[in-house]
Ligand binder design. Sequence first.
Ligand code: SF4
Length: 217
Amino acid sequence: MADARIIHHDSDELIPISALTQYAYCPRRCALIHIEQIWEENRFTAEGRIMHEHVHEEGDESRGDVRIERGVALRSLKLGLTGKADVVEYHRQPDGSWQAFPVEYKRGKPKPDDSDKVQLCAQAMCLEEMLNVSIPAGALFYGKTRRRLDVDFDETLRQETQYVAKKAHELIESGQTPKPVYAKRCESCSLVAECMPRTIQKKRSVESYLKRMLDET
Ligand code: SF4
């Protein structure tokens, strides 16, 4: 993996944690949303939004050895991120201390890529910086499977999260939207109509074909 060193950011340089999820899913989607300010809702994004709103509305509570805080504001100057955690659980330890454990709610099922894990790890790294604690694990709750997936914040995932945060910053600061690359992920992307991945890709192949022909003649 490329250089993932941490740089300290000013508070006016922070980008939303969600930009990392978008970048890990597709850099062009990240640019369309955060550079071009384009947003379109589809069934998947609407269901996800409603699920997050519902979780945040439930408020804080205590259940035995677990304290639950919802809609927790997050910030990291190391990663240059700001955002909100759906849920942060605090588990009472045998020595009486409380171990933070972030939980992020997702509408669907576990994805083949690491975008959800990167988002959750970014939340944990924000909490570590804010609370000056160490957070070894958290969980993703998927609405479709109604199951929690435990996520260890190991060194590999932390490096990947730092790398994605750095790349998302570079992309947004560049102001340049990358060209589309059509892939299976486009079928569930809410921005497919604005992005036009197939049309633009086809146009680019025709243009490069014509250029090759002209160069040869
Ligand atoms: S339609 Fe495909 S290429 Fe375009 S932003 Fe969405 S995922 Fe990326």
